[in-house]
Design a protein around this ligand. Structure first.
Ligand SMILES: CSC[C@@H](O)[C@@H](O)C(=O)COP(=O)(O)O
Ligand SMILES: [Zn+2]
Length: 226
């Protein structure tokens, strides 16, 4: 398996200059590197997308390493998740990106990563939600003005049938303030633009890492008492 794709992009074939597309691709490449540095896209995990002002959707090609993306690693899909060129294989989870764009007219970027914290914590519980309370960083999420609050992050069972998974997610999209978790898999976060989506992803991952540390601390404390 090669981590770096050598495919040609449709935007290169046309030869026409497309500044908006180039900017979207740059943002995705930059965000992929950042997620890789944080350890959130191991191996070929994760996918990233941007919706341009003209409605086009740029998403990562399936199977490459998201920390080593090139221009050719980003391709265009329609709102139905289908690639504009039959030979281009978009992310296997493109439908999850497109459902966010379809549901939230102001969504401009979607990020998906596989962190250790989201994977381990979601596998340690069968609850359908994960609660984050009293953290200052909660204010990174839309509408949050104080640490004196509690945010529910839905946890969905993992499913290789992405259309079926998207139907489960659809029922809860309106209530989501901080994105969602797929059990044993990872997180989905979005925002009006890439900078906001990245900030929300970093906020959620920070909080999940705190929760993981607290779980370990409780285990050590309980072990010392018994
Ligand atoms: C390392 S396998 C991960 C995949 O199954 C999937 O969950 C994922 O996040 C990446 O899939 P991709 O099709 O490259 O977007
Ligand atoms: Zn994934």
């Amino acid at each position: 398996m090669s981590f770096v794709t050598d495919k040609t992009s449709s935007h290169e074939v046309s030869g026409a200059s497309d500044t908006a597309w180039d900017h979207a691709v740059e943002q995705i490449i930059h965000a992929g590197r950042r997620m890789d540095r944080r350890g959130w896209v191991p191996a070929t995990a994760g996918n990233l997308s941007v919706r341009l002002a003209d409605g086009r959707i740029a998403v990562t090609r399936s199977g490459g390493h998201k920390g080593f993306l090139t221009r050719q690693g980003v391709i265009e899909v329609g709102l139905n998740g289908a690639s504009m060129r039959p030979e281009d294989r978009p992310s296997a989870e493109t439908l999850l990106h497109c459902q966010i764009y379809a549901h939230f007219p102001d969504a401009g970027a979607v990020l998906h990563g596989h962190s250790v914290a989201s994977t381990v914590l979601s596998m340690a519980t069968n609850e359908p939600e994960f609660y984050l309370a009293d953290y200052e960083v909660l204010k990174v999420f839309e509408g949050q003005t104080t640490h004196e609050t509690q945010l529910a992050v839905p946890v969905f069972p993992n499913d290789q049938d992405i259309a079926r998974l998207s139907r489960s997610v659809a029922l809860f999209l309106d209530e989501m303030k901080a994105g969602y978790i797929i059990r044993g898999h990872g997180v989905y976060v979005w925002g009006p633009d890439m900078a906001t989506a990245l900030a929300r992803l970093e906020g959620l991952e920070f909080l999940l890492a705190c929760e993981l540390e607290q779980t370990k601390l409780r285990a050590v404390t309980q072990g010392a008492r018994s």
